[in-house]
Design a binder for this molecule. Structure first.
Ligand code: CU
Length: 674
């Protein structure tokens, strides 16, 4: 048993078996030959208090969430977020229809359908994806398994959640028929909630509405397996108070199909194609008080790609390609003359190949090493605007921007080279050392390059500033260094990591754009910090566990901090565990964040602590009931990553004020499987 599965087992022990039965076996795990934690690292499923899978991601070391709305969780890992983190949902790097990532990757996977969420701690292997400068996160939905014989088996799962805050109602269900050769699964989910509350009023708009539907089919015979997956997402009216508009809908399909074939020489061949087609409409007046102007924005994405892979022994090779085409068109329902081509047929195509090796250098040292080369090609069509109501000076400025953009050479190509080395050395039977070095690159996003008119279409930055793009941006290049320990005893485990990222050509807004806008520019930055998880089995029934995460992000070429960096955060949980039930009390303690970005006019936030209680009871083999309370003392706090209110007409929160965190919420749920 590896060390991570040991951690997992004692954390989940109550669900299936008495706790100590597992870690009495401990000495066995040190000779399993796998030093270090399992990668990627995940936590066992815990009680669900919201419909948002991001809540579970936050429990991982170094992990946090930039929250722009109840279903718009953007992953932050060690201070890097949005386009910098490679988030895979069931293995796929999803493209976003929304130019502000209202359809964030985790928004495609409701918590009632989530099987697990994991992170490659530290340096993500090059095999984990294209553009992994900020790491790779994997979120996986529940999948039906094959049967064990020709006999047809029927299985299923029903997951429900009710939470008082926002009157949240969520259901996720799946059912499958399978034998040893076929598996067919149907799944669906429904999420509904009203405006969320805090001590002092309501966060408006923060209602949510989302349905999903999925069908998955698998066939295996001999050494070949074939898979087909089709998922439909239908997000309805959902608030995003940190952004200038709210979601009216996000609708579309993601399809993927693939083959896996084991060769007689021990190798494995994989092939996969995917297709994603998502439409999105947002506006600035249906869910919030109207601004001076009515605005619609219709956006869409059409993405497709393929992956080919070959692995044998410790070697893995891959060739993959994807392309995404984005549109965003702004109109005015009260003025048929008005329109803006915000993004017109913007394309971002990637072609990438990698080779990776992992294995033992000696009986003490292990290594994983890889090289990935990527070619990124971006382009955009000409834009137009018609705004007859604008003052003449404004018209002139806008015409100048339009003509500059249309006359520019908008086709750009970047070549990225990623190199990663991680070494693990066994120091003693209970202590391993981990070292990592990498060079990782990211090409500019389409917003950073092709946002031609000062707007807030910034992949979800949500700082309230308008930005303009810069066609000639260079890719970001990070040199990453990491050192860590994995210390594991029968009753105690801790895995601290220290990291330093030296980023050249880091892309952020700098002053100097038209009309006070920030211009996306290449600057120099560094990010450093530490994070750890830890676990202490105090007795057979009592267990303490937690994480501590710290990151500092600074400019190197100017005296400023990076924007929207998570403050020092510790999560500490005390559990009382019995074979059939467990209860836990969790403290989330967050320090003040006074290292803020002056370029973004970022406001400081104060420190706070919130307390959560949870409980789980296994009624029998197939039914688990759960419940709890989050923010027990109804503490009013401001999440530093929560963004600023941009919705007018809420007497409880002023425009420009940092959005409050959620107030107290009681929740109950159950998980039934058959
Ligand atoms: Cu949107």
């Amino acid at each position: 048993m590896t060390r991570a599965s040991f951690l997992t087992l004692i954390l989940t022990g109550s669900l299936t078996m008495p706790v100590l039965a597992d870690h009495v076996e401990l000495p066995g795990m040190s000779v399993s030959g796998v030093a270090g934690e399992a990668a990627p690292y995940s936590l066992p499923p815990s009680t669900l208090a919201t419909a948002d899978s991001g809540e579970l991601f936050k429990k991982l070391p170094g992990a946090n969430i930039n929250q722009n709305g109840p279903l718009t969780s953007l992953v932050q890992y060690r201070g890097m977020y949005a386009d910098r983190v490679n988030v895979l949902v069931d293995g796929l790097a999803l493209s976003a229809a929304g130019p502000n990532r209202m359809d964030s990757p985790l928004g495609y996977l409701p918590s009632t359908q989530l099987d697990n969420i994991s992170i490659y701690r530290g340096i993500a292997p090059v095999s984990s994806g294209i553009e992994t400068i900020g790491g790779t996160v994997k979120a996986e939905s529940r999948q039906a398994e094959y049967g064990s014989s020709d006999e047809v088996e029927v299985h299923g799962n029903l997951n429900t959640l009710y939470a008082t805050n926002g009157n949240t109602r969520s259901v996720g269900a799946s059912t499958s028929i399978a034998n040893q050769n076929h598996r067919l699964q149907l799944s669906g989910s429904v999420d509904r909630s009203h405006d969320q509350e805090f001590d002092g009023g309501k966060i408006r708009p923060s209602e949510a509405d989302r349905d999903t539907l999925g069908v998955a089919y698998g066939f295996r015979s001999g050494q070949t397996e074939y898979e087909f997956d089709l998922n439909h997402l239908d997000t309805g009216e959902t608030g995003t108070p940190a952004l200038p508009m709210d979601i009216l809908w996000i609708r579309g399909e993601t399809l993927k199909t693939g083959l896996k074939h084991q060769l007689d020489n021990g190798g494995e061949i994989t092939a996969r194609v995917h297709y994603q087609d998502v439409d999105h409409r947002m506006d600035n007046y249906s869910l919030r008080a109207r601004d001076m102007m009515f605005r619609y924005n219709d956006a869409d994405v059409l993405a497709k790609g393929f992956q080919l892979g070959y692995s044998q022994g410790g070697w893995e090779f891959g060739l993959e390609s994807d392309s995404a085409e984005h549109n965003s068109f702004i109109s005015d329902p009260t003025n048929a003359q008005f329109f803006v081509n915000n993004f017109n047929e913007v394309e971002r195509d990637r072609l990438s190949a990698f080779a990776e090796w992992s294995g033992e250098l000696s009986d003490k040292w292990q290594m994983q090493s890889g090289l990935r080369l990527t070619h990124v090609k971006t382009d955009a069509d000409e834009v137009n605007i018609n705004n007859p109501m604008a003052p003449p000076m404004m018209q002139m400025m806008v015409m100048g921007l339009k003509n500059n953009f249309n006359n520019a050479d908008r086709s750009q190509e970047d070549t990225l080279a990623d190199i990663a080395f991680t070494f693990t050395r066994e120091l003693t039977t209970s202590l391993d050392l981990e070292l990592g070095f990498a060079r990782k690159e990211r090409a500019p996003s389409y917003q950073e390059r092709y946002l031609w008119l000062p707007l807030q279409a910034t992949s979800g930055l949500a700082d309230g500033r308008t930005y303009v793009g810069n066609i000639n941006l260079d890719p970001e290049t990070a040199h990453q260094f990491e050192i860590g320990l994995d210390w594991h005893h029968p009753r105690f485990a801790i895995s601290p990591r220290v990291f330093y990222h030296h980023v050249d050509d880091y892309i952020q807004g700098t002053a100097g754009g038209p009309n006070g806008a920030l211009v996306f520019s290449n600057v120099d930055a560094k990010l450093y910090g530490f994070d750890t998880n830890w676990l202490w089995s105090v007795s057979d029934q009592w267990q303490l566990d937690g994480t501590v995460s710290y990151v500092r992000g600074k400019r190197r070429d100017a005296d400023d901090n990076l924007y929207r960096i998570a403050p020092l955060t510790a999560r500490t949980q005390l559990s009382y565990i019995q074979p059939d039930w467990r209860v836990a009390a969790e403290a989330v303690t967050v320090a003040r964040q006074n290292q803020v970005s002056s370029f973004n006019d970022e406001e400081e936030t104060g420190g706070y602590a919130i307390f959560n209680l949870s409980g789980q009871y296994n009624v029998n083999q197939s039914l688990t009931v759960q419940g709890g309370v989050t923010n027990l003392f109804d503490r009013k706090y401001r999440d530093h990553l929560g963004g600023y209110n941009q919705a007018m007409g809420n007497e409880d929160i002023a425009v420009g004020e940092r959005l409050p965190g959620l107030g107290r919420s009681f929740y109950v749920g159950m998980n039934l499987s058959w």
